[in-house]
Ligand binder design. Structure first.
Ligand SMILES: *Cc1c(COP(=O)(O)O)cnc(C)c1O
Length: 405
């Protein structure tokens, strides 16, 4: 009997999907999205219990800008003025003055000659690496790099190697042994590691890159708006602004919108406009997203007190989590220099149970499992708009959840 074409999984060629899903369930790796109701913020409502507000320690909205009325108004005004879609790739029909304004504002924030805006951070990383490297080249990446850098490495056709997380001795060893075999070489790294919260040793990494004639692509997805005196990112915090490297990042975390960017020299940006496949062959950022991001970049500059509040909250929670980790030796607070606070636990079952218990107590945190990370952990992200009471409630709920574990 022929398979029913309207039910693809009835076909024999698709039967493996059912077994693959079963394997995911068995390993407790299966995931599905949870609906968030209403406006983004430190207190939100979730679709399965919309009557009950929960504290939001799961977002990447570090400055609390995703729910800020000024961004929403800028987005609405841009949609009314220009329409919703940008209607084409930037090189054909989708380029607006708003895009250029946003790029110049980002370059100004970063202290670079120029910047280019992509439709997502994922596209910025994958397109940048694909443009910079080819089959005669070498890409060395930190083992914990974000998926978008890993995808870009593959897409580029370069030979790809990992080095140990933050391990510059390993990186040096590999460069000394094999750099001569390749034409161009790039080192790619997150500046703030998204599932750990620690920073890459950027100053020494840039020195090493210069010594071995390598480019550096540093992903500031979790650094922009958060780190550095003006919010320019880890590069600013670590004293690397103005050094020659490629900074990428996203408009969708601290900047509260959607999109990504690469920033660097004018020549680099001009080259990416011609050679980055995810820019050349993809529709330009929507006017609403561009306008919201532009408003956010201005607020990063104009309201440094948001960063102060964010760090006060992060330091307060970090101290509280440190005390909890000392009390419960089966947990470990991972080293962090960011508002990403991770409490490592034994296994996926434990992290899921803790996540559920916290949610029942009104606190929403990320329960992160393999394959996203090697060891399961609660991922707690802090916002500038959390109140001290929110932090205390989370710490109390967490200690309770661990006590009853
Ligand atoms: C989220 C993230 C990205 C991707 O950015 P999007 O705009 O969400 O596509 C890239 N790199 C890192 C480190 C991230 O955490």
């Amino acid at each position: 009997m022929p398979a029913n074409p309207t039910v693809p999984n009835n076909g024999r060629a698709y039967a493996w999907i059912d077994s693959a899903l079963a394997a995911l369930h068995k390993a407790r790796w299966h995931r599905s999205p949870r609906t968030l109701e209403g406006r983004a913020g430190p207190v939100v409502r979730l679709g399965d219990r919309p009557d009950r507000p929960v504290l939001n320690f799961a977002s990447n909205d570090y400055l609390g800008l995703a729910g800020d009325a000024r961004l929403a108004n800028a987005a609405a005004a841009a949609a009314k003025t220009y329409g919703t879609g940008s209607t084409g790739s930037r090189l054909i029909a989708g380029h607006r003055s708003l895009h250029r304004e946003l790029e110049l504002a980002l370059a100004d924030l970063k202290g670079t000659e120029d910047a280019i805006v992509f439709s997502t951070g994922y596209a910025a990383n994958s397109g940048t690496l694909a443009a910079l490297l080819g089959s005669r080249d070498w890409l060395l990446g930190d083992r914990y790099n974000h998926s978008s850098l890993k995808s870009g490495a593959k897409l580029s056709g370069a030979t790809v190697a990992d080095y140990g997380h933050g391990d510059l001795a390993d990186l040096r060893r590999q460069l000394a042994a094999d750099r001569h075999r390749f034409r161009r070489c790039a080192i790619a790294t997150d500046t703030v590691f998204s599932m750990d919260g620690d920073l890459c040793p950027l100053p020494d990494l840039l020195d090493l890159a210069a010594e071995f004639d390598c480019m550096v692509v540093a992903d500031e997805a979790h650094g922009t708006g958060v780190l550095g005196a003006t919010g320019a990112g880890a590069a600013e915090q670590l004293g690397c602004s103005g050094r020659p490297f490629v900074q990428t990042g996203t408009l969708s975390k601290a900047l509260g919108s959607l999109g990504g960017y690469a920033a660097g020299s004018a020549a680099l940006v001009d080259f990416l406009r011609n050679r980055a496949p995810s820019w050349v062959y993809s529709t330009g950022l929507s006017p609403a997203d561009a306008a919201a991001a532009l408003a956010a970049v201005r607020l990063v500059r104009a309201e440094p007190e948001r960063r102060d509040r964010l760090w006060a909250n992060a330091n307060y929670l970090k101290a509280g989590l440190g005390a909890i980790a000392a009390e419960f030796p089966e947990t470990r607070l991972l080293p962090t220099d960011s508002p990403i606070l991770c409490l490592q636990v034994r296994d996926p079952e434990t992290v899921l149970a803790l996540g559920d218990r916290l949610l029942a107590a009104g606190c929403w945190v990320g329960a992160i499992r393999p394959p996203t990370v090697p060891v399961s952990r609660l991922r707690i992200t802090v916002m500038a708009t959390h109140e001290r009471d929110h932090c205390d409630r989370l710490l109390d709920a967490l200690a309770d959840a661990l006590r009853s574990a």
